[in-house]
Design a protein around this ligand. Sequence first.
Ligand SMILES: NC(=O)c1ccc[n+]([C@@H]2O[C@H](COP(=O)([O-])OP(=O)(O)OC[C@H]3O[C@@H](n4cnc5c(N)ncnc54)[C@H](OP(=O)(O)O)[C@@H]3O)[C@@H](O)[C@H]2O)c1
Length: 341
Amino acid sequence: MSAGGEMKMRTACVTGGNGYIASALIKTLLEKGYAVKTTVRNPDDMAKNSHLKDLHALGPLEVFRADLEEEGSFDGAVAGCDYAFLVAAPMNIKSENPEKEVIELAVRGTLNVMRSCVKAGTVRRVVLTSSVGSVLVRPDLQGDGQVLDEESWSDVGFLTATKTGFWAYSVSKVLLEKEASRFAEEHGIGLVTVCPVITAGAAPAVTARTSVPGCLSLLSGDEEAFWTLRSMEASGSVALVHVDDLCRAELFVAEQEAAAGRYICCAVNTTVREIARFLEHKYPQYSVKTSLLSGDLLEEPRVRLSSAKLVREGFEFKHKTLDGMYDDMIDYGKALGILPN
Ligand SMILES: NC(=O)c1ccc[n+]([C@@H]2O[C@H](COP(=O)([O-])OP(=O)(O)OC[C@H]3O[C@@H](n4cnc5c(N)ncnc54)[C@H](OP(=O)(O)O)[C@@H]3O)[C@@H](O)[C@H]2O)c1
């Protein structure tokens, strides 16, 4: 409360505001009455940032320039914030130098933002967006029917020895979670980590480079994007969450005083074949690109990612079926030029 008795507006920082998930999170926060400060690498790049202009209509939104590479560059964006949502991350999984450009940068960048949070002195909680990539990649899982919860960690030794799939991305997420946790303890910062699975659905962002092209690849025929689904299935499950539920979950763990540790955010465990059957039935106007369905594919998930902790603590997913995941994503895919109109 202010001296005049009125409630002070809460302020949140979201890093990487031109990204797919961050754009949806900004919208969620503004709709919930937060003032939002966000960062982008190049505020003048209107091809990437035009949605931020539209989001201004929902509430107070300030845009700052910041880069994970530059220590101190997040100071202005984090200053005065109650919560800091760390969403920006290097996503260049095809980097020629993944050790430096993905792993090292992700860890260093996370700590850079956390240092800004210490300097700010106002941040009640940092919500770190990791990934189920830090949970799922484990060669020791034998047989079907495994259920993975927050106790599970991807095997960094295995990932760095085999260097297949999204190995550097998964390693970066394990290491940044551990470093962030160590840093938070050392500096008395409240930290909660969210590990989302493949994120689906429409967002305000005007480009979508990661999961949306992947989810739509069976309709678009984009082989490279299809790799997202196939490589996740290779670890045992194509696990999905709607971006609106993910954003609600991020805000839930920020606001719940008792929230602590990691939270897997997953609504559906499925397979490539199951998605293909669903799409064939629901969207007959687009033919499913069956040529992508060659080779070993699962009939049922071998492994299930569990969000039981999140649900036990009071969170409710709104989108719990493939219908829910794809409902608004077809039109979004058309708007982004991933699918024909
Ligand atoms: N989408 C999913 O299915 C999924 C699933 C699990 C976890 N996640 C996690 O969620 C977060 C957001 O993912 P997304 O799907 O929204 O990806 P995205 O749309 O590619 O967003 C990534 C954001 O990070 C920014 N970024 C990259 N390198 C940066 C740097 N050096 N300095 C400052 N900003 C930088 C990008 O800015 P530029 O545009 O300037 O490159 C962009 O705003 C990531 O941490 C990702 O690991 C995503």
